[in-house]
Design a protein around this ligand. Sequence first.
Ligand SMILES: [Mg+2]
Length: 235
Amino acid sequence: MKIRHIFFDLDNTLWDHRKNAYLTLENLFERKNIQKKYHLEFKVFHQVFYDINEVLWAKIREGEIDKDYLRKHRFYDSFLHFGIDDWELSEYFESQFLDEIIVYNHLLEGCVELLDYLQSKNFSLHIISNGFQDVTHRKVEKSGISKYFQTITSADELNIRKPKSEIFQLALDKANANKSESLMVGDDWIADVEGAIAFGLDVVFFEVLQENNPTKGVKTITQLSGLKNIIVELN
Ligand SMILES: [Mg+2]
């Protein structure tokens, strides 16, 4: 059976969350005058925030914490790392972060070209995101890529996140797609790749950071443009 449906992860697969988050936080950091007030450089703060945020998202995937915990703690814990014990400041960063990040809408390199190509070949395109539902929809709208997608599935709809099978099933149901004619593309080894494999879905790993993940036997691309060749081979 030929591939007819392609399911994309959104953050850091199509929408450049890393870059957009960096620019948003840099702006908040300057507005709150953090560098001067606490003699803390943005780059140093950002690295700590990045690591803490990654750990908290991993805990959400494992079901150890919920997203309210993450939203309460990711900035508080990051500032506390530098001895800044300030709930109010953390709450300001959290609420502004999600509101302001969609001001920036950098997409991954080659994103629009790829989507144009896939649309011209009549593939049915979809998104499966672990992000917050309203934020996911705003990102897709504001970055101008909503016209390419037939369905968007957010983990919030079920309160179940990738890599759990239920979210893949919901996405396929919404798309009216069979596993055998579907392909998943994502940048997260556990959520996207292991999740898709466990569900029984063919998958392409977008190895953006090239962190030497154990990609043996899994189709891997390092740039979005690489997906064209894989699609041609599959079909
Ligand atoms: Mg991602």
